[in-house]
Design a protein around this ligand. Structure first.
Ligand code: HEM
Length: 257
């Protein structure tokens, strides 16, 4: 028998197109960008909620990010650099996620049928992530553009005036629910996908992760709502003097510039 007949399965293999590694690379990039964004949001929530400890605490955090305690004066442009980085990550993350959205009515119908048929909690979670992710595309862009262009207007009075007198609170209220659902589900799905913290018994691990996920979402929602309420309260009290900058009593007037 000739070699040609010994290896019938290999016939034509040399002409076949090579399998691309790009789908796997894009999946990894989507996971990594989501992880960084999720961790950033936890940090963000803690920094923004410093207002619950008082105006001076929030002022100190703000000035720290502007380099005030290193250079002796504020450089709000440093905040813009961070915002720029977050924006790039969001665009990358959204671009990669869009590949997986149902693209037309037929695909949407197929997904809806699968979801109803399987009736699996994690499939429903994925759908919630698609909807909140889509909404965040718009809402986060509005917030980030403001932060990018006016990084110097962050502070106890400056932020509270924006939230209340500037009428930003409705956006923050909706965005808070969208981001906490999206980030919580996203980090949970990452852990399930890559097997982090799952343990030997996959089903028990998944149940544990689900409890942790809902606990985190509830924690950050309560923290976020309390924070928003604090900014609204200060904003209402400060309404007649909206636009005035905050300087702690222990700082010389003008020194916070
Ligand atoms: C480096 C980028 C960011 C900076 C510097 C920043 C800064 C701030 C600040 C200072 C506030 C207080 C209100 C104000 O001053 O207007 C705030 C509120 C908020 N931000 Fe951001 N932010 C950033 C990115 C994001 C992103 C990417 C999201 C979500 C996609 C987000 C979601 C929110 C939410 C939901 C609130 C309301 C907080 C609450 O209700 O407790 N932020 N942000």
């Amino acid at each position: 028998m000739s070699a040609q007949f010994d290896l019938p399965a290999g016939v034509g293999l040399a002409d076949a197109a090579r399998k691309s590694r790009w789908p796997a690379r894009m999946d990894l990039a989507q996971s990594l960008s989501g992880l960084v964004l999720g961790l950033f949001m936890w940090g963000h929530m803690f920094f923004v909620s410093s207002i619950l400890l008082g105006k001076d605490a929030m002022w100190t955090i703000t000035k720290f990010f502007e380099g005030y305690f290193i250079f002796g004066r504020s450089y709000p442009g440093m905040v813009s650099v961070i915002v720029g980085g977050v924006l790039v990550l969001i665009v990358l993350h959204a671009f990669l996620a869009m590949r997986k959205f149902p693209a037309n009515y037929r695909q949407w119908q197929t997904f809806a049928a699968h979801r109803a048929l399987m009736h699996h909690g994690d499939t429903t979670l994925w759908w919630i992530q698609v909807i909140t992710g889509f909404a965040l595309f718009f809402m986060a862009s509005i917030h980030l553009y403001q932060m990018l262009m006016h990084p110097g207007l962050i502070g106890p009075f400056e932020s509270s005036d924006r939230v209340w007198s500037g009428r930003w609170w409705p956006l923050y209220l909706v965005m808070l629910f969208a981001i906490e659902l999206h980030a919580g589900i996203g980090l949970y799905r990452l852990a399930v996908k890559w097997g982090w913290f799952v343990g030997a018994d996959a089903n028990a691990g998944r149940r544990r992760l689900q409890i942790l996920k809902w606990a985190m979402t509830a924690f950050f929602l309560v923290l976020g709502l309390a924070t928003l309420a604090a900014y609204i309260k200060i904003g209402i009290e400060h309404e007649s003097r909206a636009g005035e900058r905050y300087t702690p009593a222990w700082v010389q007037p003008g020194a916070s510039k």
